[in-house]
Design a protein around this ligand. Structure first.
Ligand SMILES: [Zn+2]
Ligand SMILES: [Zn+2]
Length: 79
């Protein structure tokens, strides 16, 4: 039985940036892949679910003006 590692490749978790929508690795300076192109579009409409720095799930609150997303480690992100 082979254990298939989670999508993400050799860098592994803990080395951001990560995609705020799906939590996958986000290129690190390379052009966004087609895969995350969709995520980027969604992130213009929806709050991110994952911290781009540490991939933790963020606590999202929708506000009258937009949203705020809080990472327990990196603080609040507001849009
Ligand atoms: Zn993504
Ligand atoms: Zn974080």
């Amino acid at each position: 039985m082979n254990t298939v590692p989670p999508a993400g490749g050799p860098t592994g978790p803990g080395n951001g940036p990560f995609c705020g929508h799906c939590g996958g690795p986000d290129g690190g300076g390379l052009p966004a892949s087609d895969e995350h192109q969709r995520c980027v579009e969604l992130l213009t409409l929806e709050p991110p679910r994952y911290c781009a720095n540490c991939r933790r799930r963020m606590k999202v609150q929708v506000t009258p003006t937009g949203w705020s997303a809080e990472c327990s480690r990196h603080g609040v992100l507001i849009r």
